[in-house]
Write a protein that binds this ligand. Structure first.
Ligand code: X2X
Length: 341
């Protein structure tokens, strides 16, 4: 009896061992992760936090190297999705804006003055619309593991305070190279220039543009935007969520246990990152705006009525892009936002 069970155990070992070895051998020495911004911003730091958690919890089996500052896309941030799909970037912590030129439905988040607040955003990403977008991406070869955040994009400039669309007239504003941003800025009367993030930072320094739009805590404060611009307007014109993603083939090459580690680490890192960039931007704690003021900026906060004046100017953009995004998806998102009030 004893010899039989020993023999059985030995056979079991021989059968199981190669499959363990195989799982291990399929793993690469290094997995690349793409991030458009630098390592010091909360966005870049969030990617590093994720990579560290995964390395630790898999005892080094999954070793993710974070390529910040658009290194993998050679500066062309709107190419990121294609590189991810091909597997050049195994992981990404990506802005929906940068992928929206390829995945048209992601322009939902770029619809001007559509999302009133964070509650509305959370209702959309955590509900049916978030699931629809995840399914769309999954079919194209990429899985959303968690939602992080860049934030509401607020405009800053070096010329004068912006309170009404008339104040935007002729202002040279840098935007990402995506058509909806160009169209929205033009509809508001501004003179938009599209530039990659790397070039944009030089353009702010040299005063090549008058203004730009980016989230306050995630980008404007860490880069000390007050060095170049002394006016900010909190208008919440578009929201910029981040997606922590993995290439499907890469994920499938991991054991189920490691896949679970990757999933949980993504939720942990992205949720932390989101909490960090919301801090100081939700009343009654508006300390992030105080930070801007303390550094010499004039900060204008628009009321809902003020925003409606801007929104009215962008109706044509909204209507055109609703068709591109998918009228059903926009309708579902609008219903989720209404229900979140
Ligand atoms: O280019 C930008 O403005 C940035 C860094 O916010 C994005 O990648 C969308």
């Amino acid at each position: 009896m004893k010899t039989r069970s020993l023999l059985f155990a030995l056979i079991a070992c021989l059968v199981l061992m190669p499959s363990f070895a195989l799982a291990g051998s399929k793993y690469k020495k290094e997995y690349k992760m793409s991030v458009v911004v630098g390592p010091k911003l909360p966005w870049g730091a969030g990617a590093t936090a994720f990579a560290d958690l995964v390395r630790e919890r898999t005892d080094g089996r999954i070793n993710i190297k974070v390529y910040t500052s658009s290194a993998l896309t050679a500066g062309k941030q709107t190419n990121e999705f294609l590189l991810h799909r091909q597997g050049v970037a195994a992981f990404c912590f990506a802005s929906t804006i940068n992928w929206s030129t390829t995945i048209k439905s992601l322009n939902l988040f770029n619809l001007p003055f559509f999302f009133p607040d964070y509650k509305a955003l959370d209702a959309v990403t955590s509900g049916e619309v978030g699931a629809d977008l995840a399914e769309m991406l999954r079919k194209k070869g990429v899985t959303i593991l968690a939602w992080g955040e860049n934030g509401f994009r607020e405009i800053t400039n070096s010329k004068h305070a912006i309170r009404t669309p008339a104040d935007l007239k002729g202002l040279k504003v840098r935007v990402v190279g995506t058509p909806i941003f160009i169209e929205t800025m033009k509809a508001l009367g501004a003179n938009p220039v599209n530039m990659n993030w790397g070039d944009a930072q030089v353009a702010f320094q040299q005063g090549i543009v008058d203004g730009q739009e980016n989230p306050v805590v995630a980008i404007e404060i860490p880069m000390k935007i007050w060095q170049f611009h002394n006016h900010a307007t909190i208008w919440r014109y578009v929201i910029d969520p981040l997606m922590l993603t993995v290439n499907n083939k890469v994920m499938a090459s991991f054991t189920p246990e490691d896949q679970e580690i990757v999933r949980l680490a993504a939720v942990e890192a992205a949720t932390n990152q989101r909490d960090i960039v919301r801090k100081g931007l939700i009343a009654p704690d508006l300390s992030a705006l105080d930070t801007m003021r303390a550094n010499g900026m004039e900060v204008v906060e628009l009321s809902q009525e003020d925003r409606d004046v801007f929104r009215a100017k962008t109706t044509a953009v909204y209507e055109k892009w609703t068709k591109v995004i998918g009228a059903d998806l926009v309708k579902k998102a609008a219903a989720a936002i209404a229900a979140s009030r």
